[in-house]
Design a protein around this ligand. Structure first.
Ligand code: ATP
Ligand code: MN
Ligand code: MN
Length: 301
């Protein structure tokens, strides 16, 4: 296939049956990037985004006044998102049922962008079977000021320890400060089982290598270390999805990378919504084709 690097052949928002209002409104003021720029980014990477976003209960971060003020999380339906933004009833702990949002085709994601969504976050399961996660996520949260080299080393260490249990994992640059280490699962185990694995495994690592890791969410336990945020693996929790933009300076995106290239990467926010063409090129390269793919049984631990 021809290289997309010069921006030719990229899909744009105009290729979708979408009424995009205020495309010239600046939503990343430091970067002079507009709602139209964001919609064009999502249009270009839509097929890649949908690999993980499709049929997954999602939480949106919407920012009607631009990326830095009045942003809010939305996980329930307000009834007005768009014709292709769908609802799935989810039983809450208190016995009530709430409609959660999901999409199953790119136009649904674009409709969310029209409604000022910047970020797409998702559950660890799809809507069916909702109670059986299809992935584990270890969200590595470095202490304030800890260098990215330490985060990379920790991610590689975590990869090795999960590989020792037979789990293949894939690194995601969060677009913020950290790395998410993702293991696809075969949807054979329920939420309590997956959460329990994530917690016990994280606590064991923190005990074995306390100079690097903590499994304690309290910030004052983090000093110079990396919090292994296993809490992403409980029913209802979300993590940012691959190719989601972030409502942060620089308009970064959450980007899948390979373990081979990770040691050379300079930060978790090196890709931005300006990089749609190179993200598409990267995805077409062999190394990233199988990112996040596979159906693995949760190992015993
Ligand atoms: P960073 O690498 O900078 O930590 P991150 O996306 O991992 O970026 P975290 O604060 O570690 O940010 O959050 C991990 C995930 O937890 C988020 O991607 C999001 O899905 C979810 N999350 C965090 N804060 C909230 C919140 N206030 N409400 C709902 N979900 C949240
Ligand atoms: Mn994090
Ligand atoms: Mn976290």
């Amino acid at each position: 296939s021809p290289s997309l690097r010069d921006g030719e052949d990229l899909r744009t928002a105009a290729d979708f049956d979408l009424r995009l209002t205020s495309p010239d409104r600046v939503i990343f003021p430091e970067d002079n990037l507009t709602k139209g720029d964001l919609a064009n980014y999502y249009a270009a990477v839509a097929d890649l985004l949908m690999v993980d976003l499709a049929n997954r209960p999602m939480t949106l971060i919407r920012c009607p006044s631009g990326r830095s003020k009045n942003c809010f999380f939305q996980k329930h339906d307000s009834g007005s998102m768009g014709a292709h933004v769908l609802h799935v009833p989810v039983k809450e702990g208190d016995g009530t049922t709430e409609d959660y949002l999901y999409v199953d085709e790119p136009i649904g994601a674009l409709e969310c962008v029209q409604m000022n969504t910047i970020e797409f976050h998702g559950w660890g399961s799809r809507i069916d079977p909702l109670e059986k996660p299809d992935r584990l996520v270890f969200d590595l949260d470095p202490d304030e000021g800890l260098g990215f080299d330490r985060v990379k080393t920790a991610a590689l260490r975590l990869r090795d320890m999960l590989a020792d249990l037979g789990l293949e994992t894939f690194p995601l640059l969060s677009g913020g400060k950290g790395i998410h280490v993702v293991a696809p699962l075969d949807q054979s185990r329920d939420w309590p089982t997956v959460k329990s694995f994530a917690e016990r495994f994280s606590r064991a690592i923190a005990e074995a290598e306390p100079e690097t890791f903590t499994a304690n969410i309290r910030k004052n336990q983090r000093k110079g270390r990396i919090f292994l945020d296993w809490l992403r693996n409980q029913r209802g929790a979300t993590a940012v999805l691959p190719y989601s933009a972030r409502a942060r300076e620089g308009a970064p995106v959450a980007a899948p990378v390979t373990w081979d290239e990770l040691p050379d990467l300079k930060g978790a926010n090196i890709f931005s919504i300006r990089d749609a063409a190179s993200l598409l090129d990267r995805a077409a390269d062999k190394g990233l084709k199988k990112w996040g793919q596979g159906r693995q049984a949760l190992p015993d631990f």
